[in-house]
Ligand binder design. Sequence first.
Ligand SMILES: [Zn+2]
Length: 62
Amino acid sequence: MDPRPLTKLDRCDACSAQAHVRLITDDGGEWLFCNHHDNQHRSALWLKYPGLFVDDQSEASV
Ligand SMILES: [Zn+2]
């Protein structure tokens, strides 16, 4: 897996804000979230996908 950096062109899947977090599920699904929706959805996705890969780039983007 070679995650590319998120850019301002990457948009949250739940709203149209800039995405700062990429979540990759066990089955290869990819979610992009802003900080707000990451907080809202990450724990639920973790329950569903124990091997969830979290690429949190919110620090670098501030
Ligand atoms: Zn969002």
